[in-house]
Design a binder for this molecule. Structure first.
Ligand code: COA
Ligand code: AMP
Length: 635
């Protein structure tokens, strides 16, 4: 196939509005948009401002009407419970209709917010679609977050209803959701009116009378009643969901997603980037709590008429490092998307890929990796053992779909390991120095995207236009700041090297070290602290905390370290994965009092480092090195 990337990118550059207006043809509109982009409205403009449509209709109803009623829409595969289920598009429609009826009955209406705090079960996906159907705005909270994080989100979006389950299942441990939900509602200033509780047989939860409603019973009643709930005609600019992601403070940012632009962008990406045909099986091995799950477990594949796989398991240990190959064989997966960390975990257990030949993985055409930097070593290993293109691509919660990648659907470009290849249509990507001047090819700088962002990207933060402007748009006028640092080479290939803020990427999960520092500092014996991300062979990065205790504290420092580890787990959740905490006498600082986190990280990662000229007391770095050495970290 002739490579169509250059021509397609040039076509977009020549007339972005015409490009996206044409792409909008992939969507069934209730009212087709006459205007592609209105730069006068919103923070930086709005896509398809006069269009009307419904995301659930486009994901479900129209496929049923167009002959896909009997095609599997969703395959639930759960090695942690031993359950598997197939739902056709027609069956999915029935489930979504029933949940939509239950929500309507509970008084949920267009524009109301619904928090979904659920594990990887089909009911979670159906609940998302049911919200979309009636115009309610869903906000999913990842199961690995603690009560406090759930409470922050309930308060910020003022959720009317919480849809939850009695438990999640982690290998070797059943995670009870009910105590977390109760604690969150207790902490939150805003109280949701009702909670819909899906009881799972592994651990049932007692219902709170007057507040909790049994999910399964309510859905069964709705099905019996046979009520149909039609898809509400929504403005393209109406919100579909809010997804909270780590910012530089403990207060997460509510990334807002609209309906129209989101559908257009995802539908375009499925065909032209991932190169997937309707009817094929697409598997994003992530979690619906993350943006990858929103875009490529749920909305993207369903918009495109694919069969999506919902996998409640891990790459290793459920039961072994052959789990992914088993799923590919059993469900004839065409395209797999996961985070590099999953492949590092598999490789650690099965370095030669000896489990692969035990399965028939011939259906697999390509592997896509994102969520964190794909280290060339892991990428090349995956290429070798799978013998299919392995495609690194780069994006973030804010953008909702890839900013850069090697577009399988347009024809693959030559691979440069370590680079997610080229910008996709929609994204004019530049690298600027701190003063906002473009840098020469090959020079490291701030990676920015020229405004307006394309359809599908966030129009703003939930109820926080000013925070959006201040965080993302103010530093480099005319650009969106990705907060990633990197460079573009002479051939136009992008290299993503680091974050410019305090975000670290732990097993593909985006976490704020600032948020962890806030928790560490709240321990009564801690005077000051620093949390940094250090290199980890499987997770990419893991957090490490340094504590300076208040003078006069006589308790064992190891005890305080354990308490701080427990506190972070309790306040942020197990997903924070802060396990290394050391007490030190002092923190290294510049003369102006800035903690030298970068230097500490280099020491921990055994990278070359130079004594900062502004350091207050060089001897402190030796103390840090010694403290790390006691934990087997650094040189
Ligand atoms: N609910 C409750 N707890 C959860 C959870 C959830 N949904 N997800 C993770 N956790 C817990 C884990 O059980 C673990 O707890 P522990 O400290 O008691 O062991 C902790 O959070 C850290 O989890 P994780 O970072 O996932 O580490 P892990 O050691 O359990 O697994 C991998 C490591 C690589 C196998 C795992 O991260 C993985 O499957 N990654 C795949 C990629 C992925 O999904 N990325 C998401 C973005 S694309
Ligand atoms: P999230 O919002 O959780 O998807 O995290 C987004 C961040 O993960 C990005 O801003 C990057 O820092 C990092 N990231 C995602 N994909 C890649 C990639 N392919 N290469 C390097 N970093 C990536």
């Amino acid at each position: 196939m002739a490579n169509r990337y250059a021509a397609t990118y040039a076509q977009w550059q020549a007339d972005p509005s015409a490009f996206w207006a044409e792409a909008a043809g992939a969507i069934d509109w209730f009212r087709a948009p006459a205007i592609a982009f209105d730069g006068e409205r919103g923070v930086y403009g709005h896509w398809f401002p006069d269009g009307e449509a419904n995301t659930c209709y486009n994901c479900v109803d129209r496929h049923v009407a167009a002959g896909r009623a009997d095609q599997p829409a969703l395959i639930y595969d759960s090695p942690v419970t031993g359950r598997k289920r197939h739902f056709t598009y027609a069956e999915m429609l029935a489930e979504v209709q029933a949940i939509a009826a239950v929500l309507t009955d509970l008084g949920v209406a267009r524009g109301d917010r619904v928090i979904i705090y659920m594990p990887m079960v089909p009911e979670a996906v159906f609940s998302m679609l049911a919200c979309a159907r009636i115009g309610a705005v869903h906000s999913i909270v990842f199961g690995g977050f603690a009560a406090n994080e759930l409470a922050t989100r309930i308060d910020d979006c003022r959720a009317k209803i919480v849809i939850t389950a009695s438990c999640g299942i982690e290998p070797g441990r059943v995670v009870a959701y009910k105590p977390l939900l109760d604690a969150a509602i207790e902490i939150a200033a805003h109280k949701p009116e009702r909670c819909l509780m899906l009881q799972r047989p592994e651990l049932e939860a007692p219902l709170v009378s007057g507040r909790d409603v049994d999910f399964t019973a309510a859905v069964a009643r709705a099905k019996q009643g046979g009520l149909t709930v039609s898809c509400v005609s929504l403005r393209a600019t109406d919100p579909l969901y809010v997804l909270y992601t780590s910012g530089t403070t403990g207060q997460p940012k509510g990334v807002l997603r609209d309906n129209g632009g989101h559908m257009v962008a995802l539908a375009w990406s499925m065909k032209h980037f991932y190169g997937v045909q309707p009817g094929e099986v697409f598997w994003a091995a992530s979690d619906i709590g993350w943006v990858v799950g929103h875009s490529y477990i749920v909305y993207g594949p369903l918009l495109n008429g694919n069969t999506t796989v919902l996998y409640e398991g891990k790459p290793v240990g459920t039961p072994d490092a052959g789990a992914y190959w088993r799923v590919i064989e059993e469900h004839r997966v065409s395209v797999l998307f996961t985070a590099p960390t999953a492949f590092r975990a598999i490789r650690k257990e099965d370095p030669s890929g000896s489990l692969i030949p035990k399965y028939d993985v011939s259906s697999l055409r390509a592997l896509f990796l994102a969520g964190e930097r794909a280290d060339p070593d892991t990428l090349q290993w995956a290429e070798k053992v799978l013998q299919v293109p392995v495609i690194d691509h780069w994006w973030q919660t804010e953008t909702g779909w890839p900013m850069a990648g090697n577009p399988l659907g347009l024809g693959l470009l030559p691979v440069k390991h370590g680079s997610p290849t080229v910008p996709l249509p929609g994204y004019a990507i530049d690298v600027l120095d701190d003063a906002g001047h473009p840098v020469a090819p090959g020079t490291l700088g701030n990676i920015v995207v020229k405004l307006p962002l394309p359809p599908g990207c966030l129009p703003t933060f939930w109820n926080a236009d000013d925070r959006f402007r201040a965080t993302c748009l103010a530093e480099f006028p005319g650009y969106y700041k990705t907060a990633d640092a990197g460079y573009i080479d002479e051939d136009g290939y992008i290299f993503i090297m680091a974050r410019t803020d305090d975000i670290i990427n732990v097993a593909g999960h985006r976490l704020s070290t600032g948020a962890m520092e806030e928790v560490c500092a709240s321990h009564p014996d801690v005077a000051e602290c620093a949390v940094i991300g250090i290199a980890d062979a499987v997770k990419g990065q893991i957090p490490a905390g340094f504590l300076v205790l208040n003078s006069g504290v006589s308790r064992e420092s190891s005890l305080i370290e354990r308490e701080v580890v427990a506190l972070v787990r309790e306040r942020i959740g197990p997903v924070a994965a802060l396990k290394t905490v050391v007490c030190v006498k002092r923190l290294p600082k510049t003369r102006s009092g800035k903690i030298l986190r970068g230097t500490m990280q280099k020491i921990a990662d055994r990278q070359e480092w130079r004594m900062p000229a502004t350091i207050d007391d060089p001897a402190i770095l030796d103390e840090i090195r010694e403290a790390l050495a006691t934990r087997g970290i650094g040189a």
